[in-house]
Ligand binder design. Structure first.
Ligand SMILES: [Zn+2]
Ligand SMILES: [Zn+2]
Length: 268
């Protein structure tokens, strides 16, 4: 199996109530693409009812069973990692530390989907961009992104510029938002992802933008390439384009994770 293909560490399960498929189908699709490794990172449970697009605390055992089934289906042909995509909610890391102690996780992917109570990446809530204003939304987003990076809770930062999902981008040089975020991630010593799902959203561009990736490379920030699959056929989606994007930014290695330890493999 060529080591140059990316692992896909960002995949969801039906436990989050907006994904489909079986562990066997995800593994079969990954094997058909020749991916060297996969990992699930479903939306984390919260300690109390929160929204309708994440797994419930009482479903954690079912998540562990899902991982076991995927590992059985993989039959040692590829490693199957167990992670979570964990929401960074302003001011709260104690629950994330509790979650971290609950299982032998391989990685936590930190994601910002909320600015206060506003779930800004929800297609039915985009009016928030006009009420708050695009620049103010970007300010809040990138501040939370930097806080999340510095929290010590995460191994990988999810879809770095998710705030552009519907095409809301301030005019002019975006480095004034990118640079402080890059500094936070670099100082925290954690990785980011290229998330190919952005290609299939309104913005029609992977997360993050090429310029952000170039700055990340210059700051020696480790990289993963992930699909954010919500169905088996999305696993590994657009990975060859993502590899080209990573190489264009100067990346020569990709990060791998096991038991929350990072290693790297060549991207050739
Ligand atoms: Zn996400
Ligand atoms: Zn996701």
């Amino acid at each position: 199996m060529p080591s140059s293909l990316p692992a896909d560490y960002h995949m969801h399960t039906p436990l989050c109530r907006h994904a489909s498929g079986t562990p066997e189908a995800f593994v079969a699709h990954a094997l058909s693409l020749g991916l060297p490794e996969i990992g699930f990172s479903d939306h984390n449970p919260m300690p109390q009812p929160f929204d309708d697009w994440r797994m419930l605390s009482e479903d954690l055992p079912a998540y562990f069973t899902w991982i076991d089934q995927a590992r059985a289906a993989a039959a040692n042909r590829i490693p199957v990692r167990m992670g979570l995509e964990v929401d960074w909610i302003d001011g709260g890391s104690s629950w994330i530390h509790e979650l971290a102690a609950m299982a032998p996780w391989d990685y936590f992917i930190g994601g910002v989907h909320y600015l206060g109570s506003w779930n800004f990446d929800n297609p039915s809530l985009t009016s928030g961009f006009s009420s708050l204003g695009i620049e103010a939304a970007w300010d809040r987003y990138w501040q939370l992104f930097a806080d999340a990076a510095r929290s010590g809770c995460f191994d990988i930062m999810a879809h770095p510029d998710l705030i552009k999902k519907f095409g809301h981008r301030p005019k002019g040089d975006l480095d004034r938002w990118y640079v402080p975020a890059i500094t936070a991630v670099a100082e925290a010593g954690i990785a980011i992802e290229i998330n190919t799902a952005g290609l299939f959203k309104d913005v029609a561009e992977m997360y993050p933008a090429p310029r952000f990736l170039e700055l990340a490379r210059a700051a020696d920030i480790p990289l993963t390439i992930n699909s954010d699959a919500h169905a088996p056929e999305d696993c590994g989606r657009a990975f060859s384009a993502a590899v080209s994007l990573a190489k264009a930014a100067g990346y020569t290695e990709l990060a791998r994770f096991s038991a929350r330890q990072r290693t790297s493999v060549p991207l050739d």
